[in-house]
Structures are given as C-alpha cells and as structure tokens.
Write a protein that binds this ligand. Structure first.
Ligand SMILES: Nc1ncnc2c1ncn2[C@@H]1O[C@H](COP(=O)(O)OP(=O)(O)O)[C@@H](O)[C@H]1O
Ligand SMILES: N[C@@H](CCOP(=O)(O)O)C(=O)O
Length: 319
C-alpha cells in the first residue's frame, strides 16, 4: 500500500475549488505503488488521480516530468497529463507536499504478461522513443551507473544481511559494468521504470503508460533493457521466458528499429538494469520502517535475473 500522507475530504475539496473539474464525490487511497501517495478521486464531472510526491521525487524535477507527459500526450501517446488550475499551474501543495491532479486512464496492470501484451508494450515503448526524438529538456539519471555505486556504498555491509556475499558480488559487478558500459550509444529522454505495474492494458493493447517519475536522459536502449528485465521473467526472477523476450524486442523494433550497436550492448545494459533495481529494492528493504503502509519488493528477484544476462545468447534474449 502506498499512502504515505493522509489527505482529508476537506483538503481535497479545497484543492478542487482551484480547478474546473467538478466537486468532490469520493476519494480513496490506492493500494498499489511504492514511491508516491496516490488517491483515486471522483468528482461530479470525472475520475482523477491525486498524486502527492514523496520519497525519491524532487520537486525541482516535476517540470521535466510534466513537460514530458504533455509532449507525449500531444503526439497521441496514452499517457496521463497533469491538469492545470485556473491560473495555469499544474503543481499544487496539499498538506505541505507537492501534488498534482492527473488524468485517470482506464486499463489494468498484468502480473503475468502474455507474449501479445509484451509485444504491445515493446511497441508502445518504441513509439514513445520515436515521439521523444525532438524532446529537448534534459534530466540527468541519478540512478545511472555512478548512482548505483553510491547506493551500494550507502547500503554497505547490510547487503550481506539480505544474502551472504551480496556486497562483494555487487561491487565486482559494478567494476565489470564500469569497464564494459557502452560509451557511444544514442541518449534521449527515457521512462526508465517500465514495469508491468506501470502499463495499463485493455485486452492485449496498451491503454496507458504511467509513473514517469524516474524519467531521465540516458542511453535509450537502456530503457528497453529495463523493460526486458521487468517483463520477461517470473516475478521472483527464477525463470526467463524467451517467447516474452522475443515479443518485447519485435514490438519495439516494429515501432523504432534497434541499431546493431544497441543489440550488441544489450546484455551489458540489462546487467546494469538488474543492478539498479537490486540496489533500490535493497535500500528500501533495509530502510522501510516495519509499520509503513507499503509492500517491499524482493531485491533478490533481480539478483537472480543477473545470471541470465551473464550467459544468455542474443537469440534467446530475443535480439
Ligand atoms: N493516471 C492513472 N490512471 C489510472 N490509474 C493510475 C494512474 N496513475 C496511477 N494509477 C494507479 O495508481 C497506482 C500507483 O501509481 P504509480 O504511479 O505506479 O505509483 P508510485 O509512483 O508510487 O509507484 C498504479 O498502479 C495505478 O493503479
Ligand atoms: N519498479 C521498481 C519500483 C518502483 O516502483 P513503481 O511502483 O514506481 O514502479 C521495482 O520494481 O523495483
């Protein structure tokens, strides 16, 4: 459950007065999610999402995220815009936190993706990358390679409490990534967290892509590698499904052709994706208070995925 900040009906009604979005009918905290507090809000006119930014979201980055959403929505991609109030402001303050009222998109997140759903997701990611070719704002990736090492150092010896030997293995993997990380691949604005819970599906089609709060400027193919690591395994990371890998890459390639250099570096990028999610999950595992209303995610699920990318052939990855 991710509701870190409680919002009263009175506070919500007061917020809605600033907008032309109708009056409050009901509001309910949303169980899913990890980073922010989210409420589903029904008004006399429509259904909305209220997001209060918590934890890793820096308010100074909100203009980047909101412009990115507007840019994609203007180009017909199914992403939710933040509504502007009557003064034209998208970013609000609710109970002292930065907050936005966001378009509600239909659809459901799948826990066990099928090949057609995974193909649609690859295609949607390729369409986003095509649409972002002329997006000019930049945001450095604070959770890129240098950030992973800093996070590993902050976790320190506690990593071994998750599983013995984890700290040394992560440090060795970071050294390997430092030596093998591709230097010259195209960089662009990317989603950087396209997990199944951030894609809303209707049947086999993508009806919505949400949660752009890790979006940043980084190696474009890394976005596909993150998505591969998130979509093509059993949730606990034990089993890789090559049919899902092929579906994801085919879908992406049909919308935005993958370059030979990106294919060649794909397994390295995917190893980086595993380290990134292993480390943020490990940090949360070690630092989330026991009484927090949030479900911690298993860091070792990404430790297990690493093995596949160390050994798999390009063909089995779907390349
Ligand atoms: N625009 C939206 N339309 C419909 N549902 C949404 C929307 N944004 C968020 N949600 C719902 O809220 C949940 C949590 O949102 P998310 O942005 O993933 O939170 P977090 O940033 O905390 O991980 C999603 O899984 C989804 O169920
Ligand atoms: N996708 C990340 C966690 C970030 O949570 P999200 O709900 O914002 O996607 C993970 O699975 O570790």
């Amino acid at each position: 459950m991710a509701v870190y900040t409680q919002v009263s009906a009175e506070q919500l009604a007061e917020l809605l007065i600033r907008f032309d979005l109708g009056e409050l009918v009901s509001a309910k905290g949303i169980a899913e999610g990890v980073e922010n507090s989210n409420y589903i809000v029904d008004t006399t006119r429509s259904r909305l999402i209220l997001t209060l930014y918590e934890k890793r979201v820096d308010v100074a980055d909100l203009p980047f995220f909101l412009s990115l959403l507007d840019h994609l929505a203007d180009r017909g991609l199914p992403v939710p815009r933040a509504f502007a109030d009557r003064k034209g402001e998208q970013i609000q303050q609710v109970t002292g936190r930065p907050a936005c009222l966001i378009e509600f998109l239909p659809g459901f997140s799948v826990s066990h993706p099928t090949p057609p759903q995974t193909r649609s997701t690859g295609e949607a990611l390729g369409q986003m990358h095509a649409a972002l070719a002329d997006f000019t704002l930049e945001r450095p990736n604070s959770l890129g390679l240098p950030g992973w090492r800093a996070l590993a150092e902050r976790c320190g010896a506690d990593l071994d409490a998750i599983t013995p030997g984890l700290r040394a293995e992560i440090m060795a993997e970071l050294d390997w990534l430092d030596q093998n990380w591709p230097a010259d691949l195209p960089r662009a604005a990317i989603h950087a967290d396209l997990f199944p819970d951030n894609v809303l599906m209707l049947d086999d089609a993508v009806a919505g892509v949400i949660d752009f709060y890790f979006a940043c400027t980084d190696i474009r193919a890394w976005d596909l590698a993150v998505t591969h690591s998130a979509w093509c395994f059993a949730n606990d990371g034990t089993a890789y499904d090559p049919a899902l890998g092929r579906a994801l890459i085919d879908g992406y390639d049909s919308a935005f052709p993958l370059m030979a250099e990106e294919r060649a570096a794909f397994a390295v990028l995917a190893r980086g994706a595993c380290v990134r999610f292993l480390l943020t999950r490990a940090w949360d595992w070690l630092n989330t208070p026991a009484d927090a209303l949030v479900t911690r995610k298993d860091p070792l699920a990404f430790h297990r995925r690493l093995d596949l990318y160390r050994t798999a052939s390009a063909q089995s990855l779907g390349l």
